[in-house]
Design a protein around this ligand. Structure first.
Ligand code: CMP
Length: 145
């Protein structure tokens, strides 16, 4: 069915926003909401709190605060898995080996600088959309024309 997901274009790919959004559109995902912003270290720690014990966490916080990110709410058929499929594997080097047309293959560098993020479930999507757009009222799917 129709779903929404939270997509984030990371600092290493923020300059390629238009191309990445065009790819999403071509795959049937439309942009419902958009914010370009600089995240603070505290915001990155909160957004990625499930990874706080991992060895790469401090480096992830540095990377994610190195420049602007673009948060997008994408809507479409099975948007959560559809966007993850379009992103490709987490590590951009792996993506170039097994999913050459994916966003991470084309715009990312390695396991950390991987161009984009996407919610891993409808439940995470709800939490992550609220993280970026919580104060605004996104019109409910079923009420939109
Ligand atoms: P993302 O899908 O946004 O979720 C967590 C992020 O942590 C991931 O993309 C990468 O940017 C980063 N990450 C995950 N695994 C590693 C790793 N092994 N080394 C460095 N960074 C990683």
């Amino acid at each position: 069915g129709r779903q929404r997901t939270l997509a984030m274009i990371k600092p290493d790919a923020a300059a390629s926003e238009e191309e990445i959004v065009a790819l999403a559109h071509r795959h049937g995902l439309r942009v419902v909401a958009r914010r370009r912003l600089n995240l603070s270290p505290a915001e990155v720690r909160l957004f990625y709190r499930e990874h706080r014990a991992r060895p790469f966490f401090p480096s992830l916080v540095s990377f994610m605060t190195s420049g602007p990110v673009v948060a997008l709410v994408l809507e479409g058929e099975d948007a959560v898995p559809a966007w993850r499929e379009l992103m490709g594997p987490t590590n951009s080097q792996t993506a170039r080996a097994v999913a050459r047309a994916s966003i991470r293959a084309q715009y990312g560098t390695d396991g950390q600088r991987n161009a984009v993020h996407g919610s891993d479930s409808p439940c995470s999507a709800q939490r992550e959309v609220s993280f970026f757009f919580g104060a605004r009222s996104l019109v409910p799917i079923q009420l939109r024309l």
